[in-house]
Design a protein around this ligand. Structure first.
Ligand code: UDP
Ligand code: MG
Length: 308
């Protein structure tokens, strides 16, 4: 029988831990799903670790990893995935915003062959600003990066253990997991759900952490910011050349007088264009070095026929 690992990162969630594990047991029991829960205490300063230890001593299939300090949500998930024994791994939050009732549905999709099951937050019961920034961000990501997933997709998902080996092989896995997983290109299924409000406490994602995560998403999977240099260069050079052409024409034909500084500023415009193009080329090289450095797999095989 297949084993499902449920990975839950925890930062100061003392009010939720008991209830969320209880709820997972209740939701999964009727389906006879064999599972383990791996909690990662990401440097909590409340009683989370104590409670986790107690839960662990009561149930054999609860496992706990504790970090020396706060390393961040994505790193906590990575640690959980690294230590999971399951044939499929589900990552979810501890705050009841990822309803465990979805787990049997995810497992079912997986049993039917899906290697990745993402979940899409249909309605976010979050503050207006958070909703707005999220929609803009996910739109940007979809249209301007290599991440080909549409919608409001975060870290509540299932992955097959086959994918784990690729995650372990790349050095950037702790940065922006959902991006790496989508980038690997496995066919995926998306389940919609309504995202409820956080049950206890407040979000552990400060604006700074959020911005960092967002930047990781864009920077790791998109060369668009770099290519802005190219676009600017291509705009400035022809513009400068037009001005130059015009003042040459005006000087020669109309006998108009242009002081030296005007010639220089028009020349500067052209030079600036070339500078942007140069910056763009340098940035492309840096992008290549970066790609190599983080050991992105060169390809991902889906199936093999008559080949071991
Ligand atoms: N979390 C973590 N480390 C962090 C921030 C958050 O382990 O540095 C955990 C947190 O306890 C929760 C999950 O990651 O279980 C998602 O965080 P949160 O609910 O605060 O994010 P939001 O849902 O507001 O985006
Ligand atoms: Mg949350």
């Amino acid at each position: 029988m297949a084993l499902i690992s449920i990975v839950i990162p925890v930062l100061n969630e003392q009010e939720s831990l008991q209830d969320i594990s209880q709820l997972i047991f209740e939701e999964l029991n009727p389906f006879k799903i064999k599972f383990e829960i791996i909690f990662i205490d990401d440097g909590s300063t409340d009683n989370s670790l104590l409670i986790l230890k107690k839960l662990q001593s009561e149930r054999e299939n609860i496992k706990v990893i504790s970090f020396t300090r706060n390393f961040g949500h994505q790193s906590a998930i990575s640690a959980g995935i690294d230590h999971a024994n399951g044939d499929a791994i589900i990552t979810m939050d501890a705050d009841f915003q990822d309803p465990p009732s979805l787990i049997p549905k995810m497992v079912k999709e997986w049993e039917q062959g899906a290697k990745v099951v993402f979940t899409n937050r249909k309605i976010r019961k979050d503050r207006f600003l958070k909703k707005l920034s999220a929609s803009i961000y996910y739109w940007l990501l979809y249209n301007f990066s290599d991440i080909r997933i549409k919608g409001n997709i975060a870290d509540y998902r299932l992955i097959d253990k086959e994918i784990v080996k690729y995650l372990k092989g790349t050095k950037e896995r702790s940065g922006y997991l959902r991006g790496v997983i989508s980038w690997l290109g496995y066919p995926y299924v998306v389940l919609d759900y309504e995202r409820p409000k956080r049950k206890h406490g407040k979000t552990k994602y400060s604006l700074l952490k959020m911005t960092r995560l967002a930047m990781d998403g864009i920077l790791n999977f998109s060369l668009v910011p770099v290519r802005l240099g190219f676009v600017l260069g291509l705009l400035l050079i022809p513009l400068g050349l037009c001005f130059m052409g015009y003042i040459i024409y005006d000087t020669l034909i109309n006998d108009e007088y242009y002081p030296l500084y005007k010639w220089i500023s028009v020349a500067n415009l052209i030079l600036m264009g070339f500078l942007f193009v140069l910056i763009w080329i340098v940035a492309e090289y840096i992008g290549k070095i970066y790609d190599r450095e983080r050991d992105k797999p060169q390809y991902v095989i889906k199936e093999k026929f008559n080949i071991e």
